[in-house]
Design a protein around this ligand. Sequence first.
Ligand code: ZN
Length: 116
Amino acid sequence: MHEYGIAHDIYATARRAAIEHNAAAIQTIHVEIGELSMINPEQVSFLFSVIIEDDPLFQDTVLQTVVVPPKTTCSCGYTGSEIYVCPSCGALPEVIKGREILVSHIEIDTKDGEEA
Ligand SMILES: [Zn+2]
């Protein structure tokens, strides 16, 4: 299941960042899911909640997923969100954004109570 690997990657990324910043808890993880990634955000959220169940760092963690529309560019100079046909010249645009899953921001509680 592809979604499981993604949920686990998000978990691992957040965990690493939390440990690096000496965090006591992770509050919110913001994840951008490219529309073209064909990933189901609800399934990722569900699997994530299963993965974090026994990890005290993630006790009150909220996973915020945002679906990001594709961004394409064409050799004629077009940039936009058309992925099949360039509206200016009819060529196949190049997808530069929209396939990736990205942890964009993590909010944590540090042990001394300061925001990181
Ligand atoms: Zn074009």
